[in-house]
Ligand binder design. Structure first.
Ligand code: ATP
Length: 304
């Protein structure tokens, strides 16, 4: 697989302040990557480097095989910022046509994209009458003009209702299947968890971890939670059990060492429970683990 983005030992200074410290990771064609980190971790700085808006202080950065600031490279990147701003007096259709002209994208895409983001019916309305979610969808259509090879989205689900959020994630999947690479920055970790191929977690300007969920879990070694219903009163002991907690409605939760989970499931099934669920560490659990390990969170969750 060819790399669409490659960062190798990238450093970034704002004046005397170093905000990126030897960051290295890569993104392949047709992959969806989540870029995560606490406020001030360096995500926006990384995105600005990839968009060619600023130049890195040292290290190597390749975007679509070239330099991020090269106009030919920038043309192939779509960007949806967190706060989308449009001219309020223009209609959705006029707005998108305006951006299509600016980007040199074919006008035929305007109608297709309005349809794709569910704004066809509102295309003739002025943007000032759009809800936040509608503006967000218009922003997405704008980012998709020119069919970019790389799409970067900053908090794309902010303002979207649950149905629109699901539609956005499905659209991401379609784009990925067509070969588009996607970076999504989000603090809504449970939402993106099942849609990303890999995660990059940053803390205080450092790369803490990069990989798919299985790799992140393997590396973290956090306990797996096995929930069982209908065991009440049954003695059950195993050295790999870290804790046993009673929940409601006859459910109990065992926190177990990850390597022993299959063996424990087998043994628990022999006790004939009414139900059983295995819950591996979630993206949120992993994010908290790696962020806390980096010492980036205080007890109240505030960056120190
Ligand atoms: P958030 O989740 O809050 O958007 P972030 O991960 O995107 O945070 P960045 O915006 O990349 O973080 O900021 C990283 C660090 O760089 C922070 O300490 C921030 O104060 C600093 N920083 C960002 N932009 C500038 C700038 N233009 N000049 C000086 N320092 C800056």
């Amino acid at each position: 697989m060819s790399a669409v983005i490659e960062l190798n030992q990238v450093r970034q200074h704002y004046g005397k302040l170093q905000v990126l410290h030897d960051v290295s990771w890569s993104l392949n064609a047709g992959e969806i990557m989540g870029l995560f980190g606490h406020n001030g971790a360096g995500k926006t700085t990384t995105v600005r480097l990839i968009l060619g808006l600023i130049r890195h202080s040292s290290g190597e950065l390749k975007v679509l095989g070239g330099q991020a600031h090269d106009a030919k490279i920038r043309q192939q990147i779509g960007f949806l910022p967190e706060n989308v701003m449009f001219y309020p007096q223009l209609t959705g259709l006029e707005t998108l046509r305006h951006f299509a002209r600016l980007k040199g994208a074919p006008m035929s895409q305007v109608g297709e994209l309005l349809e794709q983001v569910g704004l066809s019916a509102a295309a003739g309305q002025r943007v000032k009458a759009y809800s936040k979610g509608m503006r967000q969808r218009l922003g997405l259509a704008q980012a998709l003009l020119g069919r970019p090879k790389l799409l970067i989205m900053d908090e794309p689900t902010v303002g979207l209702d649950p149905i629109a959020t699901q539609a956005l994630y499905r659209l991401m999947g379609q784009l990925r299947n067509e070969g588009t690479s996607i970076i999504i920055c989000s603090h809504v970790l449970p939402g993106v968890e099942s849609y990303i191929d890999k995660a990059v977690v940053m803390a205080r300007g450092h790369l803490e971890v990069a990989g798919n969920l299985y790799e992140l879990r393997e590396h973290a070694g956090l306990p797996v939670r096995i929930r069982v219903k209908g065991l009440a009163g049954t003695e059950f002991a195993h050295p790999a059990i870290q804790s046993r907690t009673a929940l409601h409605d006859g459910w109990e939760e065992f926190a177990v060492e990850p390597d022993a989970r299959l063996e424990l499931v087998e043994q628990l099934l022999q006790c004939r429970p009414k139900d059983l669920e295995v819950r591996p560490p979630s993206l949120e659990d992993l994010y908290c683990y790696y962020t806390e390990k980096a010492g980036a969170l205080g007890v109240a969750g505030v960056q120190q």
